[in-house]
Design a binder for this molecule. Structure first.
Ligand SMILES: [Zn+2]
Ligand SMILES: [Zn+2]
Length: 264
């Protein structure tokens, strides 16, 4: 069963529907005890338009805090954000950490000499290894309370080769050492199954990654990565739950927030 979700978006990111109250209302209907909002942080570095503008940060924070307070007797609402680890400046992260309850690492890019390469379309061993190094360094930074879709880096590649395995071990080991959960992300299931040269598969969750993860004592957290209130607990979530069970992964339901502000 699922009574919580800590990876939830907000219409401010321009590719999700609904504001905090829409998600919270749905979570209450589902009997959830906890809902963490975690919209994408604004970024000056990234070229996409998939995130709120810096000028909208206050509105996001006020929206989540208001709903958190208004519904505190019914459901625990937490204010989180999903953030890339690309900016070398600690002040970038501290700016969010000083105001939110938790950050989740959502690494959708790797940095290259030529600019930012989408992690959905990595194609070389060097890029895969760079992804692993970036996530490991992010975990070590202490800024993040969970690693979102840690298996996203193999989206564009069919063969789970040595570089892919090395990267999996590196990410998983580091998560164990720093006591931070890896997310099993249901949104990859929503993206649909595709025929590849290695058989049918989802872009993520990537089975080969979780085969390695199950050999470690790593905490695993199921997330919806909801971009619509109706996705908080849908068929993709149910399928993901079954997969976690089949792998025998060590599932946790409560996120340990390293920077929690408001204990309600
Ligand atoms: Zn998103
Ligand atoms: Zn997300």
């Amino acid at each position: 069963m699922t009574h919580s979700n800590y990876h939830t978006h907000h219409r401010l990111c321009r590719h999700a529907k609904g504001t905090t109250i829409d998600y919270v209302q749905k979570a209450i209907d589902l009997g959830f005890k906890t809902l963490g909002m975690s919209d994408h942080v604004p970024s000056d570095l990234l070229p996409d338009t998939m995130r709120m503008d810096a000028s909208e940060l206050d509105a996001y924070i006020e929206d989540v805090r208001a709903v958190q307070k208004a519904h505190q007797d019914t459901i625990k609402v937490y204010l989180g954000m999903e953030c890339e680890f690309l900016d070398p400046n600690p002040a970038y992260y501290e700016r969010f950490l000083s105001r939110v309850d938790y950050l989740i690492l959502g690494q959708h890019y790797v940095k290259e000499a030529a600019g930012y390469q989408s992690a959905f379309a990595l194609s070389t061993d060097a890029q895969i290894l760079e992804y692993g190094k970036t996530v490991e360094t992010a975990i070590e930074s202490g800024y993040f309370s969970m690693v979102a879709h840690p298996d996203l880096y193999m989206c564009g590649i069919d063969a789970f080769n040595e570089a892919a395995k090395d990267t999996a071990h590196r990410i998983i080991k580091s998560a164990v050492e720093h006591d931070i959960p890896l997310e099993f992300n249901a949104n990859g299931i929503r993206r649909g199954i595709k025929e590849t040269s290695q058989g049918m598969r989802y872009p993520y969750p990537r089975m080969e990654f979780w085969e390695i993860a199950k050999t470690y004592p790593v905490d695993v957290m199921l997330s919806s990565d909801a971009h619509h209130p109706n996705k908080l607990y849908d068929d993709a979530m149910k399928e993901a739950e079954q997969m976690i069970e089949q792998f025998g992964l060590k599932r946790i339901h409560t996120l340990k927030m390293k920077h929690l502000k408001n204990r309600l």
